[in-house]
Design a binder for this molecule. Structure first.
Ligand SMILES: Cc1ncc(COP(=O)(O)O)c(C=O)c1O
Length: 385
């Protein structure tokens, strides 16, 4: 029997299984029957902004070579991303500190491998985005789970970090976060970044949902610590999931290590996606209209879901998720979601993927689908109750 590596034991990303179940349910419905409403996916229903698509068409027409780019991406895109920090956060970021990556997903192994060693302890709160834990585990690193609840809006606090003895080697934060849709407010992120610097803990800040914030202003960890690694992506606000393009804002000491890793692991992000991403920065009007739609869906769900029996919802500050505590209705969120899919035709994600200890009493609704679907979903759930 040949050996299979430890990395192969990475658990599945269960939401993908939920997507498959929703697809199967949809395929089994008779013609004309109301379809499954998809609230399990974290994928904007909108496509890439028109300006991004037009730039790609132009690049293809003009016979652009579409070869490899430098490992950190096209200079013009890196400059545009650096300018984005000035436009959104009033922050001067040198273009040399921007690395274009294959989505945020491609940024994680680069950041983790450059910053940490096998055996290192990396703290993060539960509920969490599952691949953080699964990638760390595959790389032989140890996730240290901090259980967070409604009292800290499912986010970490300095008090929680101070209780860690010894301090961890790293900390991952996400704001707005998946699955709770909650945020670290600027002063909270500043305090956490300062604690990390004092304690010698490398901060990794996943800022993929920036731009999708409805109440509190956003802040980037790059503003508070020159040691922080910032991860971002064109998948959510920019509505370009399938283009697989993201970026890192790196601290000085990780520039060359990450570049060497990127050269070896990916060579470069896809050229054509880099063209699209650069053009997407000129599409803010279209993207703002998407955000306005999410906001209306969010407001509708916050008003209507409690009437359908989902009245313990996380504060919906950002991203496009609502995390519902369903402990009064079930202690098995996987079975509950399966029943909701079969009986009400609503696909949602059971919390077990996001929180191994408490996820059996939570589920996540995503509201990035069509606005009319979100309204229909509330009506169906009220009838199903
Ligand atoms: C918190 C978070 N980080 C990263 C990702 C991965 O994004 P990308 O499409 O850029 O790989 C997701 C995708 O849903 C996410 O929710």
């Amino acid at each position: 029997m040949l050996k299979i590596g430890r990395g192969a034991a990475a658990p599945p990303f269960l939401v993908m299984d939920v997507i498959a179940a929703a697809n199967a349910r949809q395929a089994s419905l008779p013609a004309g029957a109301p379809g499954v409403i998809r609230m399990e996916v974290g994928q904007p229903g909108t496509g890439a902004p028109a300006g991004a698509v037009a730039a790609v068409q132009e690049a293809l027409r003009s016979g652009d070579a579409l070869g490899y780019t430098e490992a950190f991406g096209r200079a013009s895109l890196r400059a545009r991303i650096a300018a984005h920090y000035r436009d959104w956060y009033g922050l001067d970021v040198p273009q040399a500190h921007i690395a274009v990556t294959v989505g945020a997903s491609g940024a994680f192994p680069l950041a983790f491998l450059a910053a940490f060693d096998p055996g290192d302890r990396i703290a993060l709160t539960a509920p969490f985005y599952p691949p953080y834990v699964n990638i760390l585990t595959a790389l032989g690193m140890t996730p240290v789970i901090l259980e967070a609840g409604p009292d800290t809006r499912f986010q970490p606090s300095v008090a929680m970090l101070e209780r860690l003895d010894p301090p961890p080697d790293g900390l991952i934060v996400a704001s707005p976060c998946n699955p709770a849709g909650t945020m670290l407010h600027p002063e909270e992120l500043a305090a956490i970044a300062a604690w990390c610097d004092r304690a010698g803990v490398r901060l990794i800040s996943d800022e993929i949902y920036h731009g999708l914030n409805y109440e509190s202003p956003i802040a980037t960890a790059a503003a508070f610590s020159s040691h922080a690694v910032v991860v971002n992506s064109f998948s959510k606000y920019f509505s370009m999931t399938g283009w697989r393009i993201g970026w890192l804002k790196l601290p000085e000491d990780l520039l060359r290590p990450v570049e060497r890793l990127a050269q070896n692991l990916f060579i470069s992000a896809p050229y054509i996606s880099q063209v699209a991403a650069e053009a997407a920065f000129d599409c803010h009007a279209e993207l703002a209209a998407n955000v306005a739609r999410y906001r209306r869906s969010r407001d509708h769900l916050l008003a209507a879901l409690p009437r359908a029996g989902f009245d313990r919802l996380s504060p919906a500050e950002g991203a496009f998720y609502l995390f519902a505590d369903v402990a009064e209705r079930t202690n098995d969120s996987v079975a509950f979601c399966a029943r909701m899919l079969a009986e009400a035709g609503i696909a949602a994600t059971p919390g077990v993927d996001f929180d191994h200890a408490r996820g059996n009493r939570f589920l996540r609704f995503s509201y990035c689908g069509k606005e009319a679907d979100m309204e229909d979903a509330c009506a169906r759930l009220a009838r199903w109750r």
